[in-house]
Design a protein around this ligand. Structure first.
Ligand code: NAP
Length: 282
């Protein structure tokens, strides 16, 4: 697995990471699926690390994800990188301490969950609180669930903000300008959900006939790649990873075979004309 430096953080991350929201909550398109049991979770995490996917993203907001991930990691021999979240504000130190307890150790990167009330002043205060508590590891910013990533742009100028983590894929390009700002400012970027929650994977095959709105969005790309879903996934990963700042693409599968398909899709060459067309189409 290719590894890339994450901006100036000093962390070198695998090109693919595993987002573990699905370890703690029902998720996915179509019929929502319950989180896997402890043994299946451990097998997924072990298999991911064995495939070189040694970056794990979690959050206290993902149900039991942190504690399930923490338990699953006890059987993993490879060194791994852990990313979790906390909201800026008075609860920040307690939230980080609780996450570290559930994970079994401190995370390697902390993302500040930024909602509409989070501006540069709140981020500066959060960085100060963390520094006062002896936190020396990198800190990043990420939109709170449902929040527009474009609002993060002024936060990237805060000294101490080393990473931005955003959702960005062929069907949702709202983070385009933030990623361009990250490219220019030397901020490392993580992409959360490059496969559009599954709409850019073989899962869409059975769902598109009954979802006309999503079909309208996905069909042009499917036609472009000759209705080859593996090629669609490869195009989706190439698109989401094209900004220079993007070090890793964090996919959210709970199925090891699907993660291995993503690893293959990442290695599959993508026709530069497809990428050019996809850029122009959006
Ligand atoms: N905090 C936030 O605001 C936020 C927002 C977005 C994402 N995230 C994080 O980023 C992670 C990734 O985002 P995401 O889960 O929305 O999206 P994603 O990685 O774009 O897509 C994941 C979905 O695609 C399906 N899938 C993947 N490969 C497949 C294949 N080969 N065949 C069939 N289905 C396939 C998965 O189902 P299976 O499980 O069946 O494989 C899963 O439901 C999340 O888990 C979460 O940790 C965080």
């Amino acid at each position: 697995m290719e590894r890339r430096p994450l901006g100036t953080t000093g962390l070198v991350v695998p090109r693919l990471g595993l987002g573990t929201r699905g370890l703690g909550m029902e998720s996915g398109i179509g019929s929502r699926r319950a989180p896997p049991g402890p043994e299946a979770a451990a097998a997924l995490v072990r298999g991911a690390a064995a495939a070189g996917v040694t970056l794990f993203e979690t959050s206290p907001a993902y149900g039991d994800s942190e504690s399930r991930l923490g338990r699953a990691l006890s059987g993993v021999p490879q060194p791994v990188l852990l990313v979790t979240r906390a909201s800026p504000g008075p609860g920040l130190p307690a939230s980080l301490a609780a996450s570290s307890r559930r994970l079994g150790r401190e995370p390697d990167l902390l993302l500040l969950d930024c909602g509409p009330e989070t501006g540069p002043r709140e981020v500066r205060a959060a960085l100060q609180v963390l520094a006062d508590r002896g936190w020396r590891r990198p800190v990043g910013v990420s939109p709170a669930a449902g929040h527009d990533p474009a609002r993060l742009q002024p936060l990237l100028e805060e000294p101490g903000v080393a990473v931005v983590a955003v959702t960005y894929h062929l069907l949702d390009r709202r983070a385009e300008e933030v990623l361009t700002a990250a490219d220019q400012g030397g901020v490392g970027a993580l992409i959360l959900g490059p496969l559009a929650r599954g709409w850019l994977t073989p899962r869409a095959r059975d769902l598109l006939p009954t979802h006309p709105q999503e079909a309208g969005q996905v069909d042009p790309y499917l036609e472009l790649v000759g209705h080859d879903y593996q090629a669609l996934e490869a195009l989706a990963l190439a698109f989401a990873g094209r900004h220079a700042s993007v070090a890793a693409l964090v996919v959210g599968t709970r199925n090891l075979a699907h993660l291995e398909e993503a690893v293959s899709a990442l290695e599959r060459p993508v026709d530069p004309e497809w990428l050019e067309w996809a850029l122009a189409w959006g």
